[in-house]
Design a protein around this ligand. Structure first.
Ligand code: PMV
Length: 324
């Protein structure tokens, strides 16, 4: 008899080389490979309990019942892959500061992949889990692993998965998430990427330069070259946002405060403080720096943002099981 219940924890990640476009919507195969850093501060705990008496999956997020079609579809994929055919009750708790806008499908689908397969008494390798998590959300592929992670683009379900990057840096890296107040996201990442692939005249240039950025950032990591690393990440992020500005209809994730945060980081660099920014599909700006420079950067940011809107994270671990 299978153990019908399992709980897993996965951390969210910030992309340094972004995934922004699919070549296969059903399998979620990306147009280019990507690189991220898994973060310690923000994570999701998910318990999956199968019950033969259930007639459908039930999903609770932070204690609230949700009707989530995307999640139900994902559970069908889990059932198809594991051959375990019960419906489940799924309880997720997001450990992300309220209103931070950092809640991520990455930690959600990574935790769900491990909990749902383990509860079905299947013991997947991390590579297998990263293929499965990819079917829920592209960025979840990378949250299976800790630290720096590469998502290999691949050509089919088998060949598109993440792996940890073995790096030998002495940076003691930190990321400051600057929480910019915002309304609910105007354009989901799913529809944003669809629009840019279909309409941005710069999309071809994105794919070729993203692949170059990926190789260059790996080289910077292997050479312990923080300055090149930060510049490549910042540039790659701006290129992703430039796609959005050049799409039809155009859209963007910038709020006025996002631009202020970017300018503060650029001004700090002029004063020889080594820091760089990146943004995902939302208005929060993430500043990448070394622990040595953290206080100088926080002191400067405090002039523009309330200190409780500045959240500091360090590299975090990969997905793991928790005792129920
Ligand atoms: O995994 P999704 O569908 O939420 O898309 C993530 C897209 C970005 O966060 C903007 C980039 C990335 O690589 O994580």
């Amino acid at each position: 008899m299978a153990d019908l219940q399992a709980t897993a924890r996965a951390h969210t990640n910030i992309a340094l080389i972004k995934y922004w476009g699919k070549k296969d919507k059903n399998l979620i195969l990306p147009m280019n490979g990507s690189i991220s850093l898994t973060l310690d501060k923000f994570y999701t705990d998910t318990t999956v309990e199968y019950s033969p008496s259930l007639k459908k999956d039930h999903f609770f997020l932070n204690g609230q019942n949700k009707n989530d079609q995307k999640l139900a579809k994902f559970m069908d994929i889990v059932r198809q892959k594991t051959g375990f055919n019960s419906y489940a009750s799924i309880n997720s708790i997001n450990h992300v500061p309220t209103a931070a806008g950092l809640a991520s499908s990455a930690s959600a689908y990574a935790a769900l992949s491990l909990a749902a397969t383990t509860a079905a008494n299947k013991h997947y390798t991390k590579t297998e889990l990263s293929r499965l998590a990819r079917r829920g959300s592209g960025s979840a592929t990378r949250s299976i692993f800790g630290g720096f992670v590469e998502w290999i683009e691949g050509q089919d379900d088998e060949s598109s998965y993440a792996k940890p990057l073995r790096v030998n840096t002495d940076w003691d890296i930190r990321m400051i998430a600057i929480v910019v107040d915002s309304k609910p996201k105007k354009v989901s990442s799913r529809s944003g990427m669809q629009t840019v692939v279909a309409t941005s005249p710069f999309y071809k240039g994105w794919v070729s330069t993203a692949n170059k950025d990926l190789n260059d950032i790996k080289e910077a990591l292997s050479k312990n070259d923080f300055q090149s690393f930060g510049q490549i990440a910042e540039n790659n992020s701006l290129k992703m946002h430039a796609l959005n500005l050049s799409a039809t209809p155009h859209f963007n994730y910038f709020e006025p405060e996002s631009l202020i945060a970017m300018r503060v980081v650029e001004n700090l660099r002029e004063k020889k403080v080594n820091c760089y920014y990146t943004m995902d599909a939302g208005p929060n700006v993430k500043v990448i720096c070394k622990n040595n420079d953290l206080n100088v950067i926080l002191d400067e940011l405090c002039h523009y943002f309330p200190s409780d809107h500045l959240l500091v994270a360090a590299p975090g671990p990969g997905v793991k099981l928790l005792d129920n």
